[in-house]
Design a protein around this ligand. Structure first.
Ligand code: FES
Ligand SMILES: [Fe+2]
Length: 428
């Protein structure tokens, strides 16, 4: 349970807030490469942390991220024309390169004028299907972390994005909450017994123990926790270790999927999945669609549930439409949740708590140990940022790379930390 002030501190991310300042200190997932497919294609609107930007890919393929409103007199660059190595505002024709350099100001006779000004542009790195940006103070810009899927070719990485109409923390708390898996996702786990998909086989055992023991621990990157269930062989424990990396990344114990939740503003966020498979071409058909269908992230499922990036707000799951739940499928025993799709079940559970969930009334249990740790990591980071200190994960010497989610078996009484020797404790 948090106080109202703590909840506000943790959830508000706009300019001028402590949590907003915290999150701006890291490299952030801005959009999927697939959302800007073609060099010279149409610019797209991007909302991050309550601020509006325009992203475009110039004709050389380079990605730019600029303030949405033109630095001249504020027209939206969403209306802009992507021409050669820049984007041209249609109001007075000023043209900007991906780095904010002003290339042309055709309504100003002085040709030197453009050299004295610059548009606000943000650093961008495009790696393995995701476009990352950094919105913080330039002198504090950290190195781009090395994630486990970096270095794989596009056919071995699968990136998806969907949107949710709620605060980012309540999405992340669902991602560090092993105990809902066997209950909310009962339908999907039953289906996993019939599926050969790698993802399905890795989650199939969870349905046999609905109350795993949770152990958690602070790390230099955030925290990790283990869900411990009875192992297959006697005398063993099955362990699923999840890593939460500041500010918004969860590495799943399956070791081949990461989830990234990026706040658009206080009351909406975008959720990226990254699957990777060095051996099999998960980014290509038929594996791509099979994987997406299993979790409910194929285009048809996302559209039906109103969570596709371009879905209309009236189609999104809300109390008015009962979060798209099918009560008849509950009555006839066909479905536990009444919601088709693993991801859709998560979305319904997250958004049904309200735009910003009231944590002054919650009743956390022993099953919620990792959720409590998530809150403490966020609050501590926000407090450090407010004091002008580096937030968790960015302390000198800390390393956001080399982090893994892992599952395995240990002897009863053994230490699950031995499965993740590269996860270091925070410096005292
Ligand atoms: S407002 Fe963009 S060029 Fe004038
Ligand atoms: Fe879930």
């Amino acid at each position: 349970m948090l106080t109202q002030a703590e909840n506000e501190l943790m959830c508000r991310v706009g300019p001028g807030t402590a949590m907003g300042a915290t999150i701006r200190r890291y490299w952030l997932p801005a959009l999927a490469s697939s959302e800007l497919p073609d060099p010279g294609g149409d610019p797209v609107h991007v909302e991050l942390l309550g601020e509006h930007f325009v992203a475009f890919r110039d004709t050389e393929g380079k990605v730019g991220l600029l303030d949405e409103n033109c630095c001249h007199r504020g027209a939206s660059l969403l209306l802009g024309r992507v021409e050669g190595c820049g984007i041209r505002c249609i109001y007075h024709g000023w043209k900007f390169a991906v780095d904010g350099k002003v290339l042309e100001t055709p309504n100003v006779a002085d040709d030197k004028f453009k050299d004295r000004i610059r548009a606000r542009a943000y650093p961008v790195r495009e790696v393995a299907g995701l476009i990352w940006t950094y919105l913080g103070p330039p002198d504090l810009q950290p190195a781009v972390p090395e994630w486990p899927w970096h270095g794989l070719s596009s056919s071995h990485v699968l990136v998806t994005v969907h949107k949710l109409g709620c605060n980012f923390v309540q999405v992340l708390e669902g991602l560090v909450d092993s105990s809902h898996l066997g209950i909310l996702h009962n339908n999907g786990l039953r289906a996993s017994r019939q599926s050969d998909l790698t993802y399905a086989t890795k989650v199939a055992t969870m349905q046999f123990d609905l109350a795993p023991r949770i152990e958690e621990e602070a790390t230099e990157f955030g925290f990790h926790y283990a869900a411990l269930r009875a192992g297959r062989a006697s005398g063993t424990m099955a362990v699923r270790i999840t890593a939460f990396v500041m500010p918004c990344i969860v590495l799943n114990p399956n070791s081949d999927v990461a989830t990234l939740v990026m706040p658009e503003n206080d009351e909406s966020c975008r959720f990226f999945h990254v699957w990777w498979d060095a051996a099999r071409p998960i980014g290509e058909e038929p594996l791509r669609t099979e994987t997406l269908r299993f979790v409910g992230l194929d285009d048809d499922s996302m559209r039906a549930f109103g969570i596709a990036p371009d879905s209309k707000s009236e189609d999104s799951p809300t109390r008015q439409n009962r979060f798209h739940q099918d009560r008849s499928s509950i009555r006839d025993g066909g479905s536990f949740s009444g919601i088709a799709g693993l991801i859709e079940e998560d979305v319904a559970a997250s958004v049904s708590g309200g735009a910003i969930r009231d944590r002054t009334k919650e009743m956390l249990s022993i099953a919620d140990l990792a959720v409590g740790r998530l809150f403490r990591v966020y609050l501590e980071s926000a407090r450090r940022a407010a004091r002008g200190e580096a937030p968790i994960g960015l302390a000198p010497g800390a390393n956001l790379s080399r982090v893994r989610g892992v599952s395995g078996e240990i002897a009863i009484g053994g230490d699950w930390r031995a499965l993740v020797p590269e996860h270091r404790q925070p410096a005292a």
